[in-house]
Design a binder for this molecule. Sequence first.
Ligand SMILES: C[S@@+](CC[C@H](N)C(=O)[O-])C[C@H]1O[C@@H](n2cnc3c(N)ncnc32)[C@H](O)[C@@H]1O
Length: 238
Amino acid sequence: MFRHTARVYDLLYQATGRDYAAEATTLHELIQQRSPRAASLLDVACGTGGHLVHLRQWYEVVGVDLDPGMLDEARRRLPGVPLVEADMRRFSLDRTFDSVTCLFSSIGYMGSEQDLDRAVATMVSHLAPGGVFVMDGWIRPDAWADDEPIHLLSASDENVTVARMSRSRREGNRTFLDMHYLIGSRHGLSHEFEIHDMTLFEPAQYEAALHRAGLISVETLPSPSPGRDRYVGVTAAH
Ligand SMILES: C[S@@+](CC[C@H](N)C(=O)[O-])C[C@H]1O[C@@H](n2cnc3c(N)ncnc32)[C@H](O)[C@@H]1O
């Protein structure tokens, strides 16, 4: 997935102005409103740890991700934090947390409603009684725009320059993001290519998955990204 491009992931999203510190503060407020004593947090599909580096000032944190390249970046930024390579549909950490998050549309990588259910049930099984679940959905089907399919992003730091051109296309409820990267450093230039295959679930499908996993007080809120929603639920107190 991001195996050969994890090293430029943070650089590219910094260039978009994405503010992980502000997102973490909003998330912390949301969790504390629903569970004022929450003190531990598991971030599933944590990527390079962009949220965890901020959330760890308030919580004992753990991260899970499928991609070893993303986890390598996260380990560099989060010494001492347990970071586990695992699939969100099937993992067991043999413990529970006061909050579990799955952010920045990572749930969109689920290819079917069955996988959506599996992932949500697995994540919710890691919540303590009265725990808070927060999941940011992929773009709502009615917000998907076909008219601007090419997107160019570029960024540099002292070591590397990267340009990423992406083209997105939709086939029914599936979306494909073709991403070409040119990465230049003093070692030379390299070209990487990825296809991200993501599903456009309806809000009702996300909400049903949270209900089926046993969550109560399910809410749909705006997510930090336009055209996407944030789904929040809590487990029963005992
Ligand atoms: C768009 S990135 C988001 C990363 C991070 N949460 C952030 O906000 O920057 C999507 C992440 O989902 C992870 N991912 C995709 N499918 C997964 C799966 N089945 N299980 C666990 N992680 C997965 C990818 O490896 C990637 O790190």
